[in-house]
Design a protein. Structure first.
Length: 227
C-alpha cells in the first residue's frame, strides 16, 4: 500500500550510482531538481537524470523545483523519468503540462508549497496521477517536518476520495520514523525520505522499516477503509 521514495538530495553526489543501488528495494528514487530561481538552491538537471536512469532499475520520480516547468518537464520524461512533478506555483498551464507528461509516457504529478491551498485545484485532480503536498519549504534537505501540513493532507485525501480518484498522495519533507505514521493516518500513501534513509547505517533496511510503519497505519486509517 505505502510507497517509499528515497531522496538522492541526501545521498553522496560523488557516488550516485552506488547510492541508487543501495536502495534498490525502494518503490521509486526521488530526484530533486532545483534551479536556484524557484528555490534558493541548485542541484542537478537532465544529463544527470539520463545517467541515473541507466545506472539503476529503480524508477525515477523527478521533482522539479524550477521555473518554467512547461518547457522543461517533458525533457525529464525523455531523459528517463517515470514520474515528473511540477509545482503549480511555477506552471503557466498545469492541465496542458500534465497531459503532455502523460502523453510522453510518464506519470504526471503536481506539487503544492506549504502556503498553497489545495481547494482551488480540485478540478485539476483528474488530470493527475499524483499530488505532492510539501511538508517543508522546498529548497533544502534535512528540514524539520511541518505539523501544520497535516490538516492539508487530510483535506487533499478527502477531495481525492470525494471524486473516486486513483490518485497517489505524496508527502516530502521531514519524513522519518517519527513522522511517517502521522502522514499516513492523514491520508498520504507515497513518502519521500531523504536523511531518514541515506543517514541510516543500512539504507535498504530503513526503506523497509518506513514502509512497514506506513503500511500498518494505512491498514487501519479511516480514509483507507472507506476508500
Amino acid at each position: 500500500m505505502a510507497q517509499i521514495n528515497p531522496s538522492i538530495l541526501s545521498a553522496d553526489f560523488a557516488r550516485l550510482s552506488e547510492e541508487a543501488k543501495a536502495v534498490e528495494g525502494a518503490d521509486w528514487l526521488h530526484v530533486d531538481v532545483m534551479d536556484n530561481h524557484f528555490v534558493p538552491n541548485l542541484t542537478l538537471g537532465v544529463p544527470v537524470v539520463e545517467s541515473l536512469s541507466r545506472a539503476t532499475d529503480t524508477a525515477l520520480d523527478c521533482h522539479l523545483m524550477i521555473e518554467n516547468p512547461d518547457r522543461w518537464a517533458p525533457q525529464y520524461v525523455e531523459a528517463g523519468a517515470g514520474s515528473v512533478t511540477f509545482h503549480v506555483e511555477a506552471a503557466a498551464a498545469p492541465v496542458r503540462l500534465a497531459r503532455e507528461i502523460r502523453a510522453k509516457g510518464a506519470r504526471a504529478s503536481m506539487a503544492l508549497k506549504p502556503a498553497t491551498p489545495i481547494e482551488p485545484y480540485e478540478d485539476l485532480l483528474p488530470e493527475l496521477d499524483m499530488l505532492l503536498v510539501m511538508t517543508v519549504e522546498p529548497g533544502f534537505g534535512g528540514q524539520a517536518f511541518l505539523d501544520i501540513m497535516l490538516p492539508k493532507i487530510r483535506r487533499t485525501r478527502e477531495l481525492i476520495n470525494k471524486h473516486g480518484l486513483e490518485l497517489w498522495l505524496q508527502v516530502d519533507g521531514g519524513v522519518s520514523d517519527s513522522t511517517i505514521e502521522r502522514c499516513a493516518e492523514a491520508g498520504a500513501d507515497v513518502f519521500v525520505a531523504g536523511s531518514a534513509v541515506y543517514g541510516a547505517e543500512d539504507p535498504a533496511q530503513a526503506v523497509r522499516s518506513l514502509r512497514e510503519q506506513a503500511d500498518r497505519t494505512i491498514a487501519s486509517a479511516p480514509w483507507a477503509c472507506n476508500h
